[in-house]
Design a protein around this ligand. Structure first.
Ligand code: ZN
Length: 342
C-alpha cells in the first residue's frame, strides 16, 4: 500500500548532457553515446533504489526530450526539416520536425532501453511514452492536415510499440499527455484525445497510466500558471472522462499547486499517482511536507489506490536536488505508512 513512484525523468549526468537544460545537447560523440546512456540508466535506477522508490523508471536517460525521443524512428517525420512553432496553444516556442508523408514505425523504438532497464533492477518498472495528442502538438504537419487523424495514426504506432515493450517485462506503461491540460484543447480531449489514448494502450495486459501536469518548472510554465487564477480546475474537465476510460492510473500534480484536492474524487475507481514533490523549485521538501500532501489526498483517494509520486519529470533540476527529492518522497511515504499502522 502507498507505493512510491516518479513521473518519469531524472537529471542526466553532466558527462552525458548539458545539465539543467531542456532539449540538452548530448556531450558524447555518436560512437560512445549509447554506452554513456546505459551507464546513466544504471545510476538513475540506483538513485531510485537507494532512496526507496518502489516503482522505478529508467529516468529517460536515453532521450533528448520526452516527445522527441519517440519520433526519430518514425517514417514520415522529417528530422532534417525543423521549424519553430508555438506549442501548448503557443505557451512556448519549440523547434520541431515536420510530418511530410504517411507515418509508420521503422522498427522497435525503445525495446533496447526497456530490456536493459529490466535486466538491471528487480523493482517494478514503469516506462513512459508521449501520448498521441501531445505528440501531435509537438510536430508540424504538412501531410494529414488534421490533428485528430494524425493523433489516431500515432495511437496505432504507439500501440504497436507498447505491445512489444509490455512483452519485455514492463509493469506499467505511462503515456504523457500534458496537452490534456491546455484550456484551448479541452474540446479536442473530449472529442478524440481520450479515444486516441485508449487506442494507444489497448490490449497491453499490464497497468496503463496517463500523466497530466502543469509542466516542468521553466519560466514559460511559471508565467502561464500565474494566469490560471486562484484555483486550477482543468482537471475537472478531464478526470470524469478518464474515470470512464480503460486507463488504470492517472499521474497528476498536487504539491504546491492550486489544484483543489477535492477534484481527486472525480477519479473514483482509478489508481491515482499523487504529485507530492514540486519540480518547479530547487528547495527539497521535508518528509513531513510530503506526508502532509499524501494525507490530504487520502481524504479523497483510498490508500490502496494512492501512489505517492512527483508532480512532473525532474530532468531540468540539479542532480543533487533531484536525489534529495527522491529521498524525501520515499521518507514522506514511509511516515504516512507508519502512521496508518499505529
Ligand atoms: Zn509532467
Amino acid at each position: 500500500m502507498l507505493e512510491s513512484t516518479i513521473a518519469g525523468s531524472l537529471p542526466k549526468p553532466p558527462w552525458l548532457a548539458e545539465p539543467e537544460t531542456l532539449w540538452a545537447p548530448w556531450r558524447l560523440p555518436p560512437e560512445t553515446l549509447a554506452q554513456g546512456q546505459r551507464d546513466a540508466v544504471l545510476l538513475a535506477l540506483r538513485d531510485q533504489e537507494e532512496a526507496g522508490i518502489d516503482i522505478v523508471t529508467d529516468g529517460e536517460q536515453s532521450r533528448q526530450h520526452f516527445v522527441h525521443g519517440f519520433l526519430p524512428k518514425i517514417e514520415g517525420v522529417d528530422f532534417g526539416r525543423r521549424v519553430t512553432i508555438g506549442i501548448r496553444a503557443d505557451r512556448y516556442k519549440a523547434e520541431v520536425p515536420v510530418v511530410t508523408g504517411p507515418i509508420s514505425r521503422r522498427g522497435s523504438i525503445h525495446g533496447d532501453e526497456v530490456r536493459f532497464a529490466r535486466a538491471h533492477t528487480t523493482r517494478r518498472l514503469k516506462f513512459t511514452i508521449p501520448g498521441p495528442m501531445t505528440i501531435v502538438d509537438t510536430l508540424a504537419d504538412e501531410h494529414f492536415r488534421s490533428r485528430e487523424r494524425l493523433a489516431m495514426e500515432f495511437a496505432e504506432i504507439i500501440n504497436g510499440e507498447a505491445r512489444e515493450l509490455a512483452a519485455l517485462g514492463l509493469d506499467v506503461l505511462q503515456l504523457d499527455e500534458p496537452a490534456f491540460n491546455v484550456d484551448a484543447y479541452l474540446d479536442d480531449v473530449r472529442a478524440w484525445g481520450i479515444a486516441a489514448l485508449e487506442r494507444a494502450t489497448a490490449g497491453l495486459g499490464i497497468r496503463t497510466a496517463v500523466h497530466i501536469c502543469y509542466g516542468y518548472g521553466i519560466k514559460a510554465n511559471i508565467d502561464w500558471k500565474r494566469t490560471l487564477g486562484s484555483e486550477w480546475r482543468q482537471y475537472e474537465q478531464t478526470f470524469p472522462l478518464l474515470a470512464r476510460s480503460r486507463i488504470d492510473q492517472v499521474s497528476l500534480e498536487c504539491a504546491n499547486s492550486r489544484v483543489p484536492m477535492s477534484l481527486l474524487r472525480l477519479l473514483e475507481g482509478k489508481d491515482v499517482l499523487v504529485g507530492a514533490i514540486d519540480v518547479a523549485t530547487t528547495s527539497v521538501e521535508t518528509p513531513e511536507e510530503v506526508a502532509a500532501t499524501i494525507r490530504k489526498a487520502l481524504s479523497f483517494v483510498p490508500p490502496e489506490r494512492l501512489y505517492p509520486c512527483t508532480n512532473c519529470g525532474m530532468v531540468p533540476l540539479p542532480r543533487e536536488v533531484a536525489r534529495g527529492k527522491l529521498r524525501a518522497l520515499a521518507a514522506g511515504t514511509a511516515l504516512v505508512r507508519a502512521g496508518r499502522v499505529h
